[in-house]
Design a protein around this ligand. Sequence first.
Ligand code: NAP
Length: 247
Amino acid sequence: MAKTAIITGSGRGIGAAIAKRLAKDGYDIVINEVSQEALDSYGAKTAEEIRALGVRCECIAADVSNYEQCDAMVKKVKELFGTIDALVNNAGITRDGLLLRMPEENYDDVIRINQKSVFNMTKLVGAVMLRQKSGRIVNLASVAGLYGNPGQMNYSASKGAVIAMTKTAAKELGSRGITVNAVAPGFIKTPMTDKLTDEQRSAMLAQIAMKRYGEPEEVASVVAFLCSDDASYVTGQTIEISGGLSM
Ligand code: NAP
């Protein structure tokens, strides 16, 4: 039977690159976006490219910070595909600003979308994987969650939590053949980093050993490894993908 992967927030950016790469590796794919409008405006095109690779691909709108919507999505995937073999918790947002100027709602929104979503989806998909006695879960953390970053009190808190949640889930699910790992990208060219100022970009570039930004496909290849049989004895780990931003 074909394997199925859910990638959250995968209409564009890193999520879309991961979805395409896992499709090339033979996974049937579930593309998720927060709304039907997002799916119509860019998710549908990604889904078309994936179907052209010869695998099945379905698009499901769900806000991953909302437990009921996640529950409905997971039930639908089970109904449509029968199994869930890989979950990539990719959906995320930034609401940057210096701590003393950060509105409370910008803190709460980032924690809800980047962190609570990982609880929702890992709990629901973890239950399916426990019954299957197999599965791969990969969480998108960030270098901000490892080292902190000025202007990102909310984002670095959410990504630091994702790293801790990765280790806890790995310890709880490991005995049933489920691996849980995280990747921590540095600066990757996507709509998320398009929002940064030229000053922020050059400051980042100066610290990168490889003196270039990363491509979404370079994150996707590490995620694909963690979702493959080759990574069968790797769990609870966080792999940095930053071109040597910090060593
Ligand atoms: P992106 O281009 O903004 O893509 C994120 C996707 O998640 C968007 O399609 C977004 O939809 C979706 N999303 C947001 N809230 C959602 C929700 N509640 N439910 C479902 N989907 C939702 O960002 P990216 O750069 O590809 O980032 C992907 C992941 O990598 C994120 O977790 C990010 O924190 C992490 N990361 C990125 C970088 C980087 O340099 N780009 C570095 C480190 C870590 P809308 O656009 O419609 O809101």
